[in-house]
Design a protein around this ligand. Structure first.
Ligand code: 3PG
Length: 314
C-alpha cells in the first residue's frame, strides 16, 4: 500500500512498514488543503492530531483504506463518516496507557506529598515542615471515571498503595481485581480523589461542572490526564477557592494547543481561571505529556505497525 504519514513518529514505524513492502511518504508540514489535494494517491494515512480528518478530507481520500491514529483519542476523526466509506480505523491506546497511568500516579503523589511547594520553599531558603505535612494514599478512595485502557493502567499502579479504587463507566461489567465498578452516585459519595480517563465526546464535554462537583459528598482531589474540555475550568477554580476541590493535577487544559502560548504573550487575554491555576500552590500543571514518554513513543509506533500489518487489505 501507499501510506502517507502526516505526523512524525518513532523511526521504527517507517522502517518496519517499508520492510513489509509498503511505500511510505512523510509530509509533516503541508497544510490540510495541500494534503487533501494529494490524498487520493494513498491507501493509508498515519496521523497523530495535526488536523481534523473531517468529511472534506474523507471525500478527497477516494482510495483510502485505513486511518491509523498514533494515540488514543479519536475526537479529531469523523468516525461515522469514515466507517460509512468502509475505511478501517486503527488507534493505539495500548501504546501510551502505561505512561498515562504512571503520570496520573505521579501527579497524585506530588499533590499528596506537597512536593511542588516543598521543593520551591527549600530552594527559597524556607524549612517549612508543618505547612508541608503530607497525606497518604493508604486508606483513601480513588474514583476513576472511564475504565478503558488508561483507567485500567492507573488502577493497576494504585493496587500497591492499599487504597480502594472505584470506577464508573457507561459500559457495564468492567470492574476487575484492581477496581470495583460502581454507579456515578456511589463514586461521588465515596471518593477522596477523582481521576478522569474518558475520551472527549458530547457526553464528556464540560462533564465536570459546578453541579457535578457539588454532587461529591466530601472535598476531593482532581486528576485530569484525559481531555481539558471535559472540565469547566471556572467551575474548577471556584471549587479550589471554596475548598470543595482540595487540589488538582492537570495534564490537559481547555486552553491548550495553538492558542496556549499566545495567552502568555498577551496576559490581558489570559482567562481569569487560567491566571488562578498558574499561581495556585495546590495545582500541578503539565503540557499534555502524560502519554508522551520515551517508551510510549516506541510502543505507540509498534502497536500501529502491528495493527496495519494485521489488516486484511492487499
Ligand atoms: O490521545 C492520546 O493518545 C493522547 O492524548 C496524546 O494525544 P496527541 O497525539 O494529540 O498528543
Amino acid at each position: 500500500m501507499r501510506i502517507l504519514h502526516i505526523d512524525s513518529n518513532h523511526d521504527l514505524m517507517i522502517e518496519q512498514l517499508q520492510a513489509a513492502g509498503h511505500i511510505n511518504e512523510e509530509d509533516y508540514t503541508s497544510s490540510k488543503e495541500e494534503i487533501e489535494a494529494k490524498i487520493e494517491q494513498y491507501e493509508g494515512v498515519v496521523i497523530r492530531s495535526r488536523f481534523k480528518i473531517d468529511k472534506q478530507f474523507l471525500d478527497a481520500a477516494t482510495n483510502l483504506k485505513f486511518i491509523a491514529r498514533v494515540g488514543a483519542g479519536l475526537e479529531s476523526i469523523d468516525i461515522p463518516y469514515a466507517e460509512s466509506k468502509g475505511i478501517a480505523l486503527i488507534a493505539a491506546p495500548e501504546g501510551n496507557r502505561n505512561a498515562v497511568g504512571e503520570h496520573a500516579l505521579g501527579m497524585l503523589l506530588m499533590l499528596f506529598n506537597k512536593l511542588k511547594q516543598a521543593d520551591a520553599e527549600v530552594r527559597a531558603g524556607q524549612w517549612n515542615r508543618e505547612k508541608n505535612r503530607g497525606l497518604e494514599l493508604e486508606g483513601k478512595t480513588v474514583g476513576l471515571i472511564g475504565y478503558g485502557n488508561m483507567g485500567n493502567a492507573f488502577s493497576k499502579k494504585l493496587k500497591g498503595f492499599d487504597c480502594e479504587v472505584l470506577c464508573y463507566d457507561i459500559r457495564p461489567n468492567l470492574g476487575n481485581e484492581n477496581a470495583t465498578q460502581v454507579s456515578l452516585e456511589e463514586l461521588q459519595q465515596r471518593a477522596d480523589v477523582l481521576s478522569l480517563h474518558t475520551p472527549w465526546t458530547p457526553l464528556t464535554d464540560k462533564m465536570v461542572d459546578t453541579e457535578f462537583i457539588n454532587g461529591f459528598k466530601k472535598p476531593f482531589w482532581l486528576i485530569n490526564t484525559a481531555r481539558g474540555k471535559s472540565v469547566v475550568t471556572e467551575a474548577l477554580t471556584n471549587a479550589l477557592k471554596s475548598g470543595k476541590i482540595l487540589g488538582a493535577g492537570l495534564d490537559v487544559l481547555e486552553y491548550e494547543k495553538l492558542s496556549f502560548e499566545n495567552l502568555f504573550t498577551d496576559t490581558e487575554q489570559m482567562p481569569e481561571p487560567l491566571q488562578y491555576l498558574i499561581q495556585a500552590e495546590n495545582v500541578v500543571l503539565t503540557p499534555h505529556i502524560a502519554g508522551w514518554t520515551v517508551e510510549s513513543k516506541i510502543k505507540l509506533a509498534q502497536t500501529i505497525v502491528d495493527k496495519i500489518l494485521a489488516l486484511a487489505i492487499k
